[in-house]
Design a protein around this ligand. Structure first.
Ligand SMILES: Nc1nc2c(ncn2[C@@H]2O[C@H](COP(=O)(O)OP(=O)(O)O)[C@@H](O)[C@H]2O)c(=O)[nH]1
Ligand SMILES: [Mg+2]
Length: 340
C-alpha cells in the first residue's frame, strides 16, 4: 500500500494534509492514492453548506462541528471559496471564526480556493472529501459560497445540503437563486436574532410552496413521480417516501450566545434526512446517479487526454490548418483525431 494512503487510513493527520495537497494540485500521485483510498470510503456523512457571503456559513459550520464533537463524533471541514484567492481575507476570517475547534484532534479543517476551472474545483472537492472519508471522520462539512453553478456542482458531493440565508441582505427573494433553492434539503435562516428574520422565513416558505409541484417530484415507493398536493405540504408531511425541505432558524455566532440557537434542531434535521435517505430508495438512487455523473466526467477527461497523447503535435497542427483552410470540417477533424 502507498505509505500516504496507509497513513491516512491509520489516522495520521500529517499524511492527510500531504494527500490533500496532492489532490489540490491534481498531481499524478493523487490518482493512485485515491484508488487505494476508495475501498475505505463510504462511511462519512457529508453535509454541504452553501449561501451568499456573510450569511454566516462559517459560523454555522463552527457551531455544528462543536455540536457533533459534544456528541462524540469526529468532524472534517472543507471550506471552498471559488471567489477568494489563496491569500484572501475570507479564509483568515474563517480561521478566526473556527478558533473554538483548533487544537481538537477530532476536528480537521482545510480551506481550498480557486485554482483553474470551477469544474476542476468541484472535482478537487469531491476527491478531498473522499480522502477525509477514508481518514475516518464521522462528518465532513463542506462550506461553499453560493455564487452560481459552481456550488451546485460542489454540493453534489454532499448527502445533505443546507442552504443558508440571512435577513437584511437586500431583497429577500432576490437573494435566493432559483437553482440554489432546488438543491436544498434544509433551508436555514441564520442571524435569527436580527430584525427581519421572520420576513426571510416567510419569503422562503412562500418560494418553497410556489415551487411545490416540481419540488415533490420524488422517489415515491421506489418510483419517480409527480405528486399532487392539493392540501399543501401538510398532506405529504408524514409520507415516509417524500422529503420536504424545512425552513429552520439559527443563531450561529457565539457573541450573540442565544439560549435557543437552533443548532440542536438543525443537527436533528440532518439526522432525520439521513434516516430518510437510508429508508427510502432515494439515497441509493442518489448515490448511483452521482457515480454515473462522475464516471461520465472522468471518461470525457480520459478520452480527451488519451486522444491528444496519441496524436503527434505536428499532426494536430496540420488538422488545425486544414480546418482553417476549410478543406476539413471540425466534425470530421475530431473523427480523424479519434482514429489516429
Ligand atoms: N447577529 C448575528 N451575526 C452572525 C450570526 N452568524 C454569523 N454572524 C456574523 O456574520 C458575519 C459573517 O459570518 P461568516 O460565518 O463569516 O459568514 P460566511 O461568509 O457565510 O461564512 C460574522 O461577523 C459573524 O460573526 C448570527 O447568527 N447572528
Ligand atoms: Mg465563510
Amino acid at each position: 500500500m502507498n505509505p500516504l494512503a496507509e497513513g491516512i487510513v491509520g489516522g495520521s493527520r500529517r499524511a492527510l494534509a500531504r494527500a490533500l495537497t496532492h489532490i489540490e494540485n491534481q498531481s499524478p500521485e493523487s490518482e493512485s492514492l485515491l484508488s487505494e483510498l476508495y475501498p475505505h470510503t463510504g462511511r462519512a456523512w457529508v453535509v454541504g453548506v452553501t449561501g451568499a457571503p456573510g450569511t454566516g456559513k462559517s459560523s454555522l459550520v463552527n457551531a455544528m462541528a462543536l455540536a457533533y464533537r459534544r456528541a462524540g463524533k469526529t468532524v472534517a471541514i472543507v471550506a471552498v471559496d471559488p471567489t477568494s484567492p489563496f491569500t484572501g481575507g475570507a479564509i483568515l476570517g474563517d480561521r478566526i471564526r473556527m478558533r473554538d475547534l483548533s487544537g481538537d484532534p477530532g476536528v480537521f479543517i482545510r480551506s481550498m480556493a480557486t485554482r483553474g476551472s470551477l469544474g476542476g474545483l468541484a472535482r478537487t472537492t469531491r476527491d478531498a472529501v473522499r480522502a477525509l472519508d477514508a481518514a475516518g471522520f464521522d462528518y465532513v462539512l463542506v462550506e461553499t459560497v453560493g455564487a452560481g453553478q459552481s456550488e451546485v456542482e460542489i454540493v453534489r458531493t454532499a448527502h445533505t445540503t443546507i442552504v443558508v440565508e440571512a435577513p437584511g441582505l437586500g431583497d429577500d427573494v432576490q437573494a435566493i437563486k432559483a437553482g440554489i433553492l432546488e438543491i436544498a434539503d434544509i433551508l436555514v435562516v441564520n442571524k435569527a436574532d436580527r430584525p427581519g428574520a421572520d420576513n426571510t422565513v416567510r419569503a422562503l416558505r412562500a418560494m418553497l410552496e410556489l415551487g411545490h409541484p416540481t419540488r415533490v417530484t420524488a422517489m415515491h415507493h421506489g418510483r419517480v413521480m409527480q405528486i399532487e398536493t392539493p392540501g399543501g405540504p401538510e398532506v405529504v408531511e408524514h409520507d415516509p417516501y417524500l422529503w420536504l425541505p424545512k425552513v429552520l432558524r439559527t443563531v450561529a455566532s457565539r457573541e450573540v450566545g442565544a439560549e435557543n440557537d437552533g443548532i440542536a434542531a438543525l443537527i436533528d434535521e440532518i439526522a432525520r434526512h439521513r434516516t430518510f435517505l437510508s429508508r427510502s430508495e432515494q439515497g441509493a438512487s442518489q448515490a448511483r446517479e452521482r457515480i454515473q455523473i462522475e464516471l461520465y466526467d472522468r471518461l470525457k477527461q480520459a478520452v480527451f487526454e488519451r486522444a491528444l497523447a496519441a496524436l503527434p503535435p505536428a499532426h494536430f497542427d496540420a488538422i488545425v490548418e486544414a480546418v482553417v483552410a476549410r478543406t476539413l470540417d471540425p466534425q470530421q477533424a475530431v473523427l480523424q483525431i479519434l482514429d489516429a
